[in-house]
Write a protein that binds this ligand. Structure first.
Ligand SMILES: Nc1ncnc2c1ncn2[C@@H]1O[C@H](COP(=O)(O)OP(=O)(O)OP(=O)(O)O)[C@@H](O)[C@H]1O
Ligand SMILES: [Zn+2]
Length: 679
């Protein structure tokens, strides 16, 4: 709590003042410059010293011209000193033997020890959680309590996770009237574990429960319990439950429960004891409150796999609520919640934004709305338009525009060919997402991007789609190869290759789409590391077959991309030209290009806006610079397309891979695209 730090600071200030005071008293008011003892003796020998005031080993002396100096007698006493001084006509003055009173000396000598003892007592008091009236205590829980009037959140503020909301609704009824509920024999969980990726609204939902039920809300993070002193965490747990009992009915929300709840004996290093004690205390407290009516503990985590099994036993966190990343409908609803807070133009369509933001969490969507408003404000606009949302989305996904990144005309041209390659393949292969836009404005690590708009939820793919995705991913590299030749292909396609390979590997090892390998699960994406891991030991023959089949899908779709681009080489050149002129082209221009029609300039395109342009004017002097691309090695060219993040997002999608509750599993399938999986 705050009082702790205040009291600590007070203690430190007092200690410092005391030290300063004692130092001031201790020194006998030094005056004049300090000289060494040899100089002093020489001065004495040449009879230039008139007066010396000796106090222990310190000598203050005055020379004949009245100036004051001081010096110190080195080592042990100089027994001849007084005699020498007197012989050289120095007036010797003594000091009374003890300038300080006895108690002051004692205090001075003992002060460090007293301070230590004081600190010791201070900490002991904190550890016991007592602390007395002052409420200064480490053992006090750090939980922040919100009273019902302070909680404005309701279920209306939480969107896109209807199942989770449904799951917790009965808790609200219970908290409103615990006794009535119990008389009816209702069985209410003590603990609810909210599981889901960061930013999906777990905290928000917990708070909304409190808001709906109009009960106090205690929020604390698991890491707040973890301290270096053994016993402090346990004391905090005890205190938190005591506070909660006083305020029942109420909700305790523990974010990041895994910080304390990691299964015992798994930690490394010394902090272990403390954490285990804290965890034990939590288990004890949860078991021991049958009698108190209406305390519900909600814990949140995105690592349920690391939790100690004891936490999940009946009577503890035995109810699991999955809060997964929102699907396209959910994203739309979340956007609507946040769009209420800003002034938007008529053209802003939450549906379109939702489609363009697969994998975004609620928190990221809230951030998107906020960034858009900031863009509008920066441009002195009164109202936020779709344009700002587009800019904010690109910024969040890829990083800020890098118009300052100096690129030669040749580099831009190769980027334009590369992105056009993705775009054209994406438009030609069957079953792929529609194109949203293509740009060669560098952003973040990307030199250019071809964006596709996923249709809906991206929880399952058809075989056709995945094969198309492989061709689209190779489209960029294939375009470069056709235009510049095999030797001049840039390193910009590394990410594309990764995406294509990961599709091909999943097809063979996870989705059973290879006829030769068959529907066997052989490799699985580890849902946390994202690394493929073996499911079983594979025979050498099967391993070989898997590799062959992956290669088969890759070659087949690489060759398809090659053929499609060769057949449409005129479109490739035209799209490159359009990109060099307009930098960014959107769906309508791409459509014109694909139909071999002339391109209409973009809406806000002004021909004279060349100042802003990233495309340098053609430099005739520079014509010998023909080897730029491969030699300049456009590294870090993370030229990606939407499929990249899609493939990654879908595979990392927590709710998909790590769903323990059958309830949500059914929902995932029900919500998913109408495309059936497999061929
Ligand atoms: N489902 C949602 N509906 C509306 N807004 C949301 C939703 N999810 C997240 N947000 C927005 O994101 C913010 C942060 O979400 P919140 O802190 O609840 O996420 P969390 O799941 O608790 O994340 P973490 O695991 O990182 O603690 C919320 O305050 C809200 O503005
Ligand atoms: Zn690419």
């Amino acid at each position: 709590m705050n009082d702790i730090s205040k009291n600590l600071i007070l203690w430190i200030v007092i200690a410092l003042m005391l030290i300063l005071l004692f130092q001031a008293l201790g020194s006998s008011g030094s005056t004049g410059n300090t000289v060494d003892y040899t100089t002093f003796m020489r001065e004495v020998a040449s009879e230039r010293v008139s007066e010396a005031n000796i106090n222990n080993r310190e000598i203050q002396f005055r020379n004949r011209s009245g100036e004051m100096f001081q010096t110190f007698i080195p080592g042990n006493d100089d027994p001849q000193l007084i005699d020498t001084l007197l012989a050289r006509n120095v007036t010797v003055i003594g000091e009374p033997p003890e300038k300080r009173s006895l108690w002051l000396t004692l205090l001075l000598n003992w002060f460090p020890f007293l301070l230590l003892i004081g600190v010791w007592i201070f900490f002991m008091r904190q550890m016991q959680g007592g602390g007395g009236r002052g409420a200064m205590s480490f053992g006090k829980s750090k939980a922040r309590m919100l009273t019902p009037d302070q909680i404005k959140t309701t279920f209306a503020d939480v969107a896109g996770c209807d199942e989770a909301k449904e799951d917790v609704k009965e808790v609200v009824d219970f908290l409103r009237e615990p006794t009535r509920f119990q008389e009816l024999g209702g069985k209410i969980p003590k603990g609810i574990l909210m599981v889901g990726p960061p930013g999906t609204g777990k905290t928000l939902l917990a708070r909304a429960i409190a808001g709906e039920a109009k009960v106090p809300f205690f929020a604390i993070s698991g890491s707040d319990f973890v301290e270096m002193f053994v016993g402090v965490g346990a004391a905090r747990v005890r205190d938190m439950f005591e506070q909660a009992k006083k305020n029942a009915p109420c909700i305790i929300f523990i974010d990041e429960i895994d910080a304390v709840g990691r299964h015992r004996g798994s930690g490394h290093g010394g902090g272990n004891d403390e954490r285990e004690q804290t965890l034990n205390q939590m288990l004890v407290e949860m078991d021991g409150f049958e009698d108190n009516k209406g305390i519900i503990i909600i814990a949140a985590t995105n690592r349920p796999d690391v939790l100690d099994k004891a936490l999940l036993r009946p009577g503890r966190f035995d109810r699991e609520v999955n809060v997964s990343l929102p699907d396209v409908k959910g994203r739309e609803q979340i956007l609507k919640v946040h769009l209420r807070k800003i002034r938007i133009a008529e053209d802003v369509d939450p549906k379109v934004i939702a489609r363009g933001t697969p994998g975004f969490s609620g928190a990221e969507l809230a951030n998107l709305v906020n960034e858009s408003a900031l863009f509008a404000a920066r441009n002195h606009k009164k109202i936020v338009t779709m344009n700002e949302f587009e800019m904010a989305k690109d910024k969040i996904k890829l990083g800020s525009e890098r118009r300052t990144l100096s690129m030669t005309r040749e580099e831009l041209e190769s980027t334009a060919y590369h992105e056009a390659g993705h775009a054209i393949i994406g438009s030609l292969v069957p079953g792929y997402w529609p194109l949203h836009k293509v740009t060669i404005v560098p952003r973040g690590r990307a030199l250019g991007v071809a964006f596709f708009l996923p249709k809906g939820d991206e929880t399952s793919y058809t075989k056709e789609f995945m094969e198309s995705a492989i061709s689209v991913a190779y489209g960029g590299r294939v375009a470069e190869e056709i235009i510049y030749g095999k030797d001049k292909v840039t390193s910009g396609a590394s990410q594309d290759i990764r995406v294509a390979t990961s599709y091909a590997r999943s097809m063979v090892t996870e989705y059973g789409l290879s006829e030769k390998v068959g529907p066997i699960l052989t490799l699985e994406q580890n849902s946390f590391s994202g690394q493929p891991q073996k499911v079983a030991t594979l025979s050498p023959e099967l391993s070989r077959l898997i590799d062959d089949e992956i290669k088969f899908f890759i070659d087949k779709n690489y060759d398809r991309a090659m053929q499609l681009l060769k057949d449409n080489i005129d479109i490739l050149h035209a799209m490159k030209d359009a990109l060099m002129t307009y930098e960014t082209i959107d769906a309508s221009q791409i459509k014109e290009l694909m139909q071999r029609k002339p391109v209409t300039p973009p809406k806000d395109w002004e021909a004279d806006s060349v100042k802003k342009s990233i495309v340098p004017e053609k430099d005739t002097d520079d014509s010998d610079n023909d080897n730029s691309i491969s030699e300049k090695n456009v590294s870090n060219t993370d030229v990606s397309n939407e499929a990249t993040s899609m493939a990654e997002k879908a595979q990392q999608d927590y709710s998909k891979d790590n769903n323990q509750s059958t309830e949500s599993k059914e929902n995932t399938t029900a919500n998913s695209e109408d495309k059936p999986q497999g061929s």
